[in-house]
Design a protein. Structure first.
Length: 242
């Protein structure tokens, strides 16, 4: 066992202990029920990263070609997953109301996707922690960073990069995370916003792999894969790029 693996094992133990304590405290503090172990009540998915990716691609094909077949039996599923979750893919995407991952990946049901959303699908601390929780604790084997066509947050970053526009409130600092992609794509051939959507998704995926030691280790062990994609608002197609 290499030093990295030893460190990882220690970290996993500490994470599980901390999460267990936190879950117990919440239950005890809120409802005065006995503390429950933090481990999921259902086993993690057995899908490999590539199988999870193929399943998302199949789901998106179904959504594009036969959206009427995407209905889900949510009552039955709600009962199945009420006591635990074992999502088989994590999706970081935009908060845009036209981009709900469960729907555009084929009408997926409760308990299937672990979803992080914010305007511009960037990876701040909360998002990185959420992704780590999904991968390490829930056993989600695939992380998808998905930008989308005509993204408002990306458009705002393009305006800041081109014209120095000042954005109000917390929107400014939020968009700052997209600015490096906007500056890198400024002046390049093609549609500026579309180029930045793609580059921002690529950079966010790279950031997750570079900054999260937990994800890095799981990637090294081939338990997790990170990909990025762009969703087409007009056709409904998710293009997986890298
Ligand atoms: Zn957006």
């Amino acid at each position: 066992m290499c030093q990295s693996c030893i460190d990882q094992a220690r970290r996993q133990f500490l994470t599980r202990s901390a999460l267990g304590l936190a879950a117990g405290a919440l239950v005890l503090g809120g409802l005065e029920r006995p503390a429950r172990a933090a481990a999921p009540a259902v086993p993690p998915t057995t899908l490999t990263p590539d199988e999870a990716l193929a399943k998302l691609k199949d789901g998106n094909k179904r959504y594009v070609e036969a959206p009427q077949l995407c209905e889900a039996d949510m009552l039955k599923r709600r009962q199945e997953v009420a006591q635990g979750q074992a999502p088989w893919a994590t999706v970081l995407t935009c908060a845009d109301s036209r981009v709900p991952p469960e729907l555009l990946f084929g009408g997926l049901n409760l308990g299937e996707l672990f979803v992080c959303r914010n305007a511009g699908n960037t990876a701040d601390v909360a998002t990185l922690g959420t992704i780590e929780y999904g991968a390490e604790h829930l056993g989600s084997p695939l992380i998808v960073v998905m930008g989308h066509e005509r993204c408002g947050a990306v458009k705002a970053a393009c305006e800041v990069a081109e014209k120095g526009t000042k954005l109000p409130g917390f929107i400014g600092p939020m968009v700052d995370a997209i600015l490096p992609a906007a500056r890198a794509e400024k002046g390049k051939p093609g549609d500026f916003v579309a180029n930045v959507v793609r580059e921002n998704a690529r950079r966010t995926a790279a950031k997750i792999g570079a900054e999260s030691e937990i994800v890095k280790h799981l990637e090294h062990e081939k338990k997790v894969k990170i990909v990025y994609a762009v969703y087409d608002l007009d056709t409904g197609v998710v293009e997986f790029i890298g």
